[in-house]
Design a protein around this ligand. Structure first.
Ligand code: ZN
Length: 62
């Protein structure tokens, strides 16, 4: 199973989040890398109708 950030398309590897092509042989799970998660959180800060807890459940931590 590979994790891919659905925003910047980077892939989670042992050395962190890298720009790399997804391996078609692997199963993929989409989420947010910590960087994009932060950026998204700042963006939606104050937004109505967005549940922070739901967004937080999307983050894939290293
Ligand atoms: Zn990202």
């Amino acid at each position: 199973m590979e994790y891919i950030c659905c925003h910047c398309k980077r892939k989670k590897s042992n050395s962190g989040w890298v720009k790399q092509k997804a391996d078609p042989a692997q199963r993929h799970s989409h989420g947010y890398c910590p960087e994009c998660f932060q950026a998204m959180m700042e963006k939606i800060e104050g937004h109505v109708g967005m549940d922070k807890a739901i967004a937080e459940s999307c983050v894939v931590s290293l």
